[in-house]
Design a protein around this ligand. Structure first.
Ligand code: KIV
Ligand code: ZN
Length: 403
């Protein structure tokens, strides 16, 4: 395989993720998750927004003191008081980063900040220079970059780099962009800046495009992706870390990029976050959902039993999932049922298996799925008191369900 370019993973679960309603964490919980993110191998942990509350200040300070390998970032608006407070929280970090942001779209300048483009540019220069005087690692984010005028965004990016920014983040703050828009924005700014700064993508998921847009940004020159565990974040969330990382892993044939993520840590990190915030991921969530490696349809189960790659593009253990699950339901077939029986220690002859199949599908019609305890109970009853008559129609025996 050709050499893969390294992409830096900037995890903002503890900042943007935590901003989502119902997802706030105590400083102790944030520290626990930061330690898990460290084990997972993220390059940068955005630990919080220190000026926003004393609790967040404490959390950033504690994480900065305890978590020494990754860069620890603290967020600040482009004003001196914010930057100074963030720096105070970060000063004990082994590798601190000040993350300064200001909106650059006309919508935000006119209606939210009530400043002109010229004032915006001046504020960026002053605040980035202020941050750089404190810290050698400064990220500047042009909030609402994807709805900003591209020529102005270019001017802003150059000004921020000249004032000392080492990373330029171009967020899709409201999740509005299409992959083609992202491609155009990143390639234009990349051409302008060359290697003078690392370009970063920060995509929100309002249209469900956050991961696709992050990948488009990487293809157009971004070398840092900002994302969260389970995709949590403002409104519909941020780009999901596990989905970006596994897209780059699974499609390395088309995407010659690599992260430093220890991928078997993905499901454990997802579970830790769910346990802390008390919100589980939907079963169909890519990579970490309970059904990500579950198969119910008979044709799929038959394929999986013959060769796993028929219906799985990655192995469950590669992301830390328990394993493939063949779920017994009304769509299941004889081969899947036989495999479940063997897992439970029962090797049934064909007529017994067929009788059992009739029972199991009848139960699944009522209960949706049949778990191991239910299956064991049916086997016990079936073997102890076999049905007098049982028939399985050809179409049902043929593992016909296909979805
Ligand atoms: O979405 C956004 O624009 C942000 C910035 C503060 C980076 O979260
Ligand atoms: Zn954001």
């Amino acid at each position: 395989m050709a050499t893969r370019t390294r992409i830096h993973v900037f995890d903002t679960t503890l900042r943007d993720g935590e901003q989502a309603p119902g997802f706030s964490m105590t400083p102790a919980e944030k520290l626990r998750l930061a330690q898990q993110l460290d084990r997972l191998g993220v390059d940068i942990i955005e630990a919080g927004f220190p000026i926003s509350s004393d609790g967040d200040f404490e959390a950033v300070k504690t994480i900065a003191a305890a978590v020494r390998r990754p860069i620890i970032a603290g967020l600040a608006r482009a004003i001196p008081a914010d930057i100074d407070r963030a720096w105070e929280a970060l000063s004990g970090a082994a590798r601190p980063r000040l993350h300064v942001f200001l909106a650059t779209s006309d919508i935000h300048l006119e209606h939210k900040l009530r400043i002109t483009r010229a004032q915006c540019l001046e504020q960026i220069k002053r605040s980035v220079a202020h941050a750089r005087a404190l810290c050698a690692d400064v990220e500047f984010s042009a909030e609402d970059a994807t709805r900003s005028d591209l020529a102005f965004l270019c001017e802003v990016s150059v000004a921020a780099v000249e004032a000392g920014a080492t990373t330029i983040n171009l967020p899709d703050t409201v999740g509005y962009a299409l992959p083609a828009d992202i491609q155009k924005m990143f390639s234009t700014v990349k051409q302008l800046l060359g290697d003078r700064a690392i370009l970063s993508a920060h995509c929100h998921n309002d249209l469900g495009l956050a991961v696709a847009n992050s990948i488009a940004a990487v293809q157009a020159g971004a070398r840092q992706v900002e994302c969260t565990i389970n995709g949590i974040g403002e409104r519909a969330g941020n780009a999901s870390l596990e989905e970006i990382v596994m897209t780059l892993e699974v499609r390395a044939d088309a995407l010659p990029f690599a992260t430093g993520i220890n991928t078997p840590g993905l499901v454990p990190a997802s579970n830790t976050l769910s346990a802390i915030v008390g919100v589980s991921v939907p079963p169909n969530k890519a990579i970490v959902g309970a059904n990500a490696f579950a198969h119910e349809a008979g044709i799929h189960q038959d394929g999986m039993l013959k060769y796993e790659l028929t219906y799985e593009i990655m192995r469950p253990e590669s992301v830390g999932a328990a394993g493939t699950r063949l779920v017994l339901g009304k769509h299941s077939g004889l081969r899947g049922l036989d495999a479940r029986c063997r897992d439970l220690g029962h090797r049934l002859r064909q007529p017994e298996l067929e009788r059992l199949y009739v029972k199991v599908t009848a139960l699944a019609d009522r209960t949706k799925t049949v778990d191991d305890d239910q299956l064991a109970a049916i086997i016990r009853d079936e073997i102890a008191a076999p049905l007098a008559v049982s028939t399985v129609t050809a179409s049902r025996r043929g593992d016909a369900a296909c979805h």
